[in-house]
Design a protein around this ligand. Sequence first.
Ligand code: ME8
Length: 623
Amino acid sequence: MHVRRRQQLGYPTSFWSFPSFFRVIVVVMYASSTSALRRKSAAFVFPGARGYIPRLRSHSSLLFNERRFFSTSVSAAATVKDSPGSNSKKTGYYVTTPIYYVNDKPHIGHAYTTLACDVIARFMRLDGRDVFFLTGTDEHGQKVEQSAAKAGKSPQTFVDEVSQNFRSLAKIMEFTNDKFIRTTQADHKAAVQALWKQLEAAGHIYLGAYEGWYSVRDEAYYTESELVDGKAPTGAEVVWVVKEPSYFFKLSAWQEPLLEFYAAHPNFIAPESRRNEVISFVKGGLKDLSISRTTFKWGVPVPEDDDHVMYVWMDALTNYISALGYPEAKGSSPTPYQRFWPADLHVVGKDILRFHAVYWPAFLMAAGLAPPRRIFAHGWWTKDRQKISKSLGNVIDPVRLVEQFGLDPTRYFLMSEVPFGNDGDFSNDAFVRRVNNQLANELGNLFQRSLAFIAKNCEGQVPEPTSALTEADVAMLRSARGLLETVRPLVRDEQALHRYSEALNRVVNEGNRYFDEQAPWTLRKTDKDRMATVLYVTVEALRSVALLYQPLIPASASKLLDLLAVPSERRTFADVGADAALTPGTPLPKPEGVFPRVEDPDAPKDGAASPAKQKQHKKTKAP
Ligand code: ME8
């Protein structure tokens, strides 16, 4: 085949078919390079290099052992936290979920936040970052103490049991958290006390007395003027705390520094509307914060004064650094704290933004520690347009959802149904419609029909593209291979997870249109070379798409990549482009469906078609 066409397609072009002086340039540059950057410059000097350098490596592994080479530079680079937005080096990336109260078992809201972080963590790992992904449980405070009493159990027995539900959920949903922290762990408690001492030594804590409103459900203090009809603005009950001794954090001193910090870091709080809410809250004035209580016991004792336990939010927020080993500089250097702090991203629900965007950076700045880089507050799920609550009996159990619909459909629905940051409504009908339309009718269908056609007509091997590429072929490949550049800023910089999934869908839909228009079933009779090229372009485009679907639907994407015979070491985002293109002649496994259609378990069983069923995608002339 013509050398240029091979390069266009991105699959290996015989090294020896290039003029000798090019071969010398490439070999010298590659052998002498010490970083991925040099490798890029080789590709720049010699446009075909991107296509064949990796193959060259496999032929001459003694000369170019890229794996060893990169792993050396990676571990050195991993010690450096780069500037936000940079993707030039493999560097640390730290993403966290809130730690959840163990007053009850997890529901869809908890699963949602952790899922979003899991998608981001998987994405960043595949994009070459050294990720630390943290989740866990918040086990102290009055709310948990009261729930334990209600259950007739000691707080410790109770939290051990309920926390296990959250750990099981992480397994069931295949979350890839690197650590699960519990605030009842001894090292966490020691870290909270260390932070307290640091704040005290710097003069930010004083002893006084608190009296005022408190909501146990929210674990939050409210002023009289904040109450709405005698309740917290969240609708939670409040109780009057009779004057009791309390330590205070001088939050009032942090109003100006916080406003300056927000102004200097416009991306610190997202989405924008939430950022504005926080800024106006801080502009409204900050009062000193009560950070200890004496009327209950289930908490971390205040150092040197164990009549007091610490305010649960001070205890809980510290998890983000205690999980990294703060304050100890133990272990090998650099410590996890040095490698991963400041956090790149705290994902929280909008209900707890104030604690993260006001109290947390104030505590950290007061202790002389760096604030996190970004806090993203997502919206609230409702069920059939109603608030999800136990009393309404409409709590959605994520484990049941996975049992009913399967894990990847659940992951996919939650991540693509609602713009990340907005409120969203859960209904079985919306679930079934979205999953069947996009996963079964578009993605699954394109895989199934192209691979079934190849199995029948190309001896079950990756076809050899033997005809010249048309504009349509080039456009298709460009869309698929350009996807990473489109979605990286959406995930890494904006956390626009719904737009990430939309971008993948757009290319899949384009693939279905391309396949319909090129009609390989007609070409089979008229032009077999062209047929092979169309099939090659289709599956090669699907390869890039499947690689990028991995964070969203990991098990299904892995099956899709198996169906394309993509080797396991060729499944990172570095492989999205032409470098790792499918090799013609590679035997393919027998095609099989990956996305069974899901059914609404509540739909009438009398055979009446649900709206989702009526909306089945009409595929023209599929073979
Ligand atoms: O607040 N929709 O824990 P928590 C979307 N322990 N997300 C929801 C949701 C819903 N209906 N319901 C809950 C706490 N969430 C503290 C956090 S962090 C240092 C301490 C999610 O168990 C959402 O992320 O009440 C929300 O912020 C979190 O669960 C609250 O969990």
